[in-house]
Design a protein around this ligand. Sequence first.
Ligand SMILES: Nc1ncnc2c1ncn2[C@@H]1O[C@H](COP(=O)(O)OP(=O)(O)OP(=O)(O)O)[C@@H](O)[C@H]1O
Length: 306
Amino acid sequence: MPAISFQSVSKTYTTAQGPFHALNNVSLDIQEGEFFGLLGPNGAGKTTMISILAGLARASSGRVLVQGSDVQTDYAAARRKLGIVPQELVFDPFFNVREALRFQSGYFGVTHNDDWIDELLESLGLTEKANANMRQLSGGMKRRVLVAQALVHKPPIIVLDEPTAGVDVELRQTLWHFIARLNKEGNTVLLTTHYLDEAEALCGRIAMLKRGQVVALDDTSKLLQAVSGNVLVFKTDDVLPPALAAQARITGRVVQMVAHDAGDIERHLSALREAQVQVQDVEIRRADLEDVFLSVMAAHTPGGAA
Ligand SMILES: Nc1ncnc2c1ncn2[C@@H]1O[C@H](COP(=O)(O)OP(=O)(O)OP(=O)(O)O)[C@@H](O)[C@H]1O
């Protein structure tokens, strides 16, 4: 039985402009023990999927099962199996850290778990803040508490919705060290992130979502093999013509273009020459998950190149 099963899930929001299809027939099984990544550009529907999984939003059609429990008809059982680290920092400002964790335990009917609370505090670098009021904590510390809160009832499945957005390097390392340990111990992890280097390093399997549809789903290693090849990197002060820009990742003066083989590199360079684009500091590097992501997204744009 999968840890999480999305079965033909669609979600339509009613907006002033008419119905908006945020999810369109999404089917996806995440197996027990997987470290699974859900990637997609802003607005792709990742948070909508997690909200439906968490029982915070209702699917318009289809269903979602957590270890066989339906998130709508068997909400309490499904929710108990999930540890959800939300994107937004929302807290009761009157609690201190330990009280917040005890309160959350009580919500799941878990008591006498001070040993586990101590372990969570320790693993997330919060021991010294245990008696600090939530209001006094920095954003990064609050995020650590969110993670601890999500795990306080020892859920078998951990769901992290962009947990490292805007957090510093130290917290990232603490967090990933701890989550990787829990995954090794058998927990299933579902992660959404915009940091593709993190997804590449951590996730065994990845789904890419675009406009509410799954556009790629495979082992991370297979996705990487699919763009096996190189990337031509150069700097320029010139504007690329649209046909070339559509195939490129442009960050300020730095331009990166996927090149599957030497022929591609030659073709890119001659197209640039023809367009009179002056290139400097030319380099060639191996393709990574960000390149896969961009090529998958481009392939699913009307008129986009594969
Ligand atoms: N309550 C709502 N009413 C109307 N539209 C909504 C609502 N919630 C989300 N949407 C729309 O649904 C789409 C998917 O949003 P969602 O938050 O799931 O995307 P996301 O992939 O999590 O994006 P991000 O990476 O920016 O967090 C967006 O276009 C969003 O504007």
